[in-house]
Design a protein around this ligand. Structure first.
Ligand SMILES: [Zn+2]
Length: 320
């Protein structure tokens, strides 16, 4: 009898243990503002290249479907909102950077994750505070009173620590500050879902257009991503965690000189996605819309949105 019992326990342990020790799924997405696909391909970006080598790189698009109700301006805040809600402007109702009346009935990824499991840790590191206060709508009753567990943002309002100057170098300094803290926090705390937003690339695009200053800004952003990538590699080596990193942008730039954006030209619409995940469906390589990103991150995290929310997604997961 003792032997039978031992065998039974052994079998049970063999069945249960792998479930109990399954790696924790975690994700970080990084938005580099206003970098068209042709630029990311022409500038030397060793970190993005290394990440893409593990997973993949593809073109994607912003701006909704041309001449359809879902057409959305290739402007920053609508572009971020497309990403975090998995819907286009005709649903989330963010049309410009004033973010006047977002329709919070289309839940963002933080609300979905916190609603599914309040124990999951969420974090945001951002050079634009409105991402948290207006787009996510943290604390707002109409946005589900969602709470981000750790927020590191708002430094663009601090003109003492970051003296504002015409060269916009203070935005670069804030990106440095934000990406360094993101790396440290991820390394030490390993939050389950993290959004990092870096702005300087777009500032240089607006100020200088296509040319060396803009390209240098893209190189610097790659270096900032490198800090975070190092932190992930640390987590992966030290803990039983399965990390997804995804880097993308909110819009391209005007075909004429790269200074503007907002329209529906190919160059303004054509964006890109880099991820370390290799379990990619063919759809990842077939120019997916940015609205596929949020369902893909949820898929990786193993988090299900409420059915009535999921039904409204304009995109779908590109993960196997
Ligand atoms: Zn932008």
């Amino acid at each position: 009898m003792e032997i039978t019992k031992t065998i039974c326990i052994a079998i049970l342990t063999w069945i249960i243990l792998p479930i109990g020790i399954a790696a924790q799924q975690k994700a970080v997405f990084i938005l580099l503002d206003g970098v068209p696909a042709d630029v990311i391909e022409n500038v030397n970006t060793p970190v993005l290249d290394e990440i893409a080598k593990e997973g993949g790189y593809s073109h994607s698009y912003q701006g909704g479907e041309r001449n359809q109700p879902s057409e959305t301006p290739t402007i920053s805040a609508p572009g971020y909102m497309n990403l975090i809600t998995g819907t286009w402007g005709y649903k989330h109702n963010v049309w410009d950077n004033n973010v006047e009346a977002p329709n919070y009935n289309y839940w963002n990824i933080f609300r979905i994750v916190e609603n599914a499991n309040p124990d999951l840790k969420t974090a945001i590191f951002s050079t634009w505070e409105d991402n948290r206060t207006k787009l996510i709508g943290e604390g707002l009753p109409q946005a589900g009173k969602v709470k981000i567990d750790y927020a590191f943002d708002g430094f663009e309002h601090d003109s003492v620590k970051f003296p504002h100057n015409q060269s916009r170098q203070f935005i670069f300094q804030i990106d440095e500050y934000v990406s360094t803290e993101a790396a440290n926090f991820i390394k030490e705390q390993g939050p389950d879902l993290t959004w990092v937003y870096l702005e300087f690339t777009d500032d240089m695009g607006h100020m200088c257009g296509d040319g060396p200053q803009f390209y240098q800004a893209v190189g610097k952003a790659d270096n900032q991503v490198g800090r975070i990538w190092l932190a992930l590699k640390h987590r992966i080596a030290q803990y039983d965690e399965d990390w997804m990193i995804l880097i993308t942008t909110d819009h391209g730039r005007s075909p004429e000189d790269g200074k503007g954006h907002g329209g529906q030209s190919n160059r303004e619409r054509t964006t890109w996605i880099v991820t370390n995940k290799s379990n990619l469906l063919p759809s990842f390589y077939q120019n997916p819309p940015v609205v596929d990103v949020m369902p893909s991150i949820l898929d990786h995290l193993g988090v299900k949105a409420p059915v009535e929310i999921e039904e409204q997604f304009d995109g779908e997961s590109f993960l196997e």
